[in-house]
Design a protein around this ligand. Structure first.
Ligand code: MN
Length: 205
């Protein structure tokens, strides 16, 4: 599959790749364990971007308040367009005037284990459970659609931590204080050093 037939047409139509450093990407085969990434993005409003690798793309939700470790918190998750797998390591500043303008950090990354039987079908039906194996997010979570988006309203889901040994009352950490899993920088540092490129080791490329 190529071009707009690979499920990333919406993603590409929203962006101008001669102006943003975000990857153009393509549908790709994954490794053995599907991966996830949670980015923090200070666009029109600050939000967390929650992305699960599935079927060669990153299924994506925008979570305004971010994932909470507390099973009592139900976090609104608005679906957004599928992103390419390469987006997993995107960190930087989307330029002013472009779609999603503002700084992005990779807050957390890792792999996840689908718990729902026939995960693809469960995703289409609007209820998935999965076990996260990340640097920060761990244990079992659920994403459930509560509004279909069919009657003119936007489709909407809830992201909820399940009760297990990884649950806690800590909620969500302050998005302005946390550091990137890739570069150890804060959102503010990324905003102030847009031209810098950092590797995982913390050196400049
Ligand atoms: Mn975003």
């Amino acid at each position: 599959m190529s071009g707009d037939d690979d499920g990333l047409g919406t993603y590409r139509r929203k962006r101008r790749f001669d102006r943003t450093e975000e990857p153009e990407g393509e549908r790709a085969g994954g490794g053995e364990e599907p991966r996830y990434v949670v980015q923090i993005h200070d666009a029109t409003s600050l939000h967390f971007d929650f992305r699960l690798e599935w079927d060669g793309v990153l299924k994506s939700w925008s979570v305004p308040k971010g994932p909470s470790m507390n099973p009592h918190d139900k976090r609104l998750a608005m679906p957004t367009e599928d992103h390419p797998l390469d987006y997993r390591t995107f960190e930087g500043v989307i330029p002013r005037g472009e779609y999603g303008a503002g700084p992005v950090i990779v807050w957390d990354e890792g792999t996840y284990e689908p718990l729902s039987r026939d995960f693809g079908k469960a995703l289409a039906k609007g209820h998935i459970s999965f076990r996260m194996h990340g640097g920060k997010l761990r244990g079992d979570w659920a994403l459930s659609r509560f509004r279909s988006g069919e009657d003119g309203e936007r489709e909407a889901w809830l992201l909820v931590k399940k009760s297990d040994s990884h649950a806690s009352s800590r909620g969500t950490p302050d998005p302005w204080r946390v550091r990137s899993a890739l570069s150890d920088r804060t959102l503010k540092q990324v905003r102030e050093e847009p031209a810098e490129r950092w590797t995982r080791e913390g050196g400049r490329r």
